[in-house]
Design a protein around this ligand. Structure first.
Ligand code: NAD
Ligand code: MG
Length: 396
């Protein structure tokens, strides 16, 4: 029996994780649920899954949850950063699903890694911000890091066991690997008229053709910043250099990524676009469990197509690839700017095409401070948010 804590329990990945647990009740137990402020959703999850601890980041929400929960359930309701750290590092906890959205997920995910937990990593922003420190902490503390992001999970599945066991420091070339092919659907605006992009609404941007996800990652998919963040995520997980990592557009989202070997072989992982597959894989690795996912029907799929990314259409992808080359400061700044810009777009304060403008202007103003600790990274994240908000004011 694995005791699990789910960070971001009320979100899209949180709910897919709870669905996989429900299919496998003899193997997984919900020890802790963590969310930001949605009391009603958290209440329903508590009634259904009866965790030992329910943590709300928002203290008013924690109070409201406490009042709403029946006392006989004996659920500890907590709030506060120290309490969150105690929850993820508790000795009873085996596995932590890191599925808080954005930079807000970094500290708790990092704490789980430092405590040597089995960490199922959906929060890609953690690696974008702190890849080097994060992978080092995982190594030094014997944490097991398993990639939930569907592409990285696919790549992981296509890699040999010696690489799977040495994420972060692995040598792809020595294992006969020539390229990692990171696939992406291209999102809802892959074929839209480029001139029409500036008028796209949040509803249109969030209407992903294949995946159902939270609002931030949905907008990131429409700008392809998501693929850019994933490019950086892959760089840290699989220790790639610029030449080893290629982005391939594959609109059907059936192939979730591929690994190309020097003998000419290409290994791909396929499946329906349902996050319960990579989640179940991470939960049970190296075993397999039932995930509740429809089997892939090739007769319904019929066609798989591919094309190169168009960086004119997707300037955020180009920005992220450039930041990846520049290093950790640039990726931290870009990530923070992007969170602010996406939030402003979702709140209809800027246009869709302004997201790339805000991101680019912030990247140009990266300060070259040394990033030796997670606290340094959080401080740079804070500075970048101020710069991004200034850039947004200039647009309006
Ligand atoms: P979501 O918006 O659906 O859910 C976000 C969750 O994070 C919620 O439970 C919310 O309460 C919590 N949260 C928000 N702000 C918080 C804060 N300040 N402190 C603590 N908790 C907070 O997001 P999602 O789509 O489930 O994505 C979660 C993460 O997984 C993201 O990093 C995303 O990039 C990654 N991911 C998601 C998918 C997907 O299919 N949804 C796929 C791959 C990776
Ligand atoms: Mg992904």
């Amino acid at each position: 029996m694995q005791n699990m804590v789910i960070l971001g329990a009320t979100g899209s990945i949180g709910s897919s994780t709870l669905s996989v647990i429900e299919h496998n009740p003899e193997q997984y137990c919900v020890y802790g649920l963590v969310a930001n402020a949605s009391v009603e959703k958290m209440l329903q999850l508590c009634l259904k899954h009866k965790p030992r601890v329910a943590h709300m980041v928002d203290s008013t929400a924690a109070q409201a949850l406490k009042e709403a929960l029946p006392a006989n359930l004996n659920i500890d309701v907590t709030t506060g950063a120290d309490e969150l750290e105690s929850l993820v590092t508790a000795t009873q906890v085996d596995t932590v699903m890191a599925a808080i959205v954005g930079a807000a997920g970094l500290m708790s995910t990092y704490a789980a890694v430092k405590a040597g937990k089995r960490v199922l990593l959906a929060n890609k922003e953690s690696l974008v911000m702190s890849g080097e420190l994060f992978m080092k902490a995982a190594r030094e503390n014997n944490a097991t890091l398993l990639p939930v992001d569907s592409e990285h999970n696919a790549i992981f599945q296509c890699l040999p066991a010696n690489i799977q066991a040495n994420l972060g420091t692995c040598d792809l070339t020595a294992s006969g690997i020539s390229h990692i092919l990171l696939t992406g659907s291209g999102g809802p605006f892959l074929t839209s008229d480029i001139a029409a992009l500036s008028a796209m609404t949040p509803t249109q941007a969030c209407n992903h053709p294949n995946w159902s996800m939270g609002p931030k990652i949905s907008v990131d998919s429409a700008t392809m910043m998501n693929k850019g963040l994933e490019f950086i995520e892959a760089r840290w997980l699989f220790n790639t250099n610029k030449e080893q990592l290629k982005v391939v557009i594959h609109p059907q989202s059936v192939i979730h990524s591929m690994v190309q070997y020097k003998d000419g072989s290409v290994i791909a992982q396929m499946g329906n676009p349902d996050m319960r597959t990579p989640i179940a894989h991470c939960m049970s690795f190296p075993e397999r469990i039932y995930a509740g996912v429809e089997p892939l029907d090739f007769f319904k799929v019929r066609e798989l197509s591919f094309c190169e990314p168009d960086y004119q259409r997707f300037p955020c992808l180009a920005l992220a690839m450039k930041a990846c080359e520049q290093g950790q400061e640039a990726t931290t700044v870009l990530n923070a700017a992007n969170e602010i810009a996406v939030d402003a777009f979702l709140n209809e304060k800027i246009k869709f095409t302004d997201i790339a403008r805000v991101n680019e202007s912030c990247l140009e103003r990266v300060s070259h401070s040394a990033l030796g600790t997670i606290e340094d990274i959080m401080a740079l994240d804070g500075q970048a948010r101020i710069i991004a908000n200034e850039a947004i004011k200039l647009i309006n």
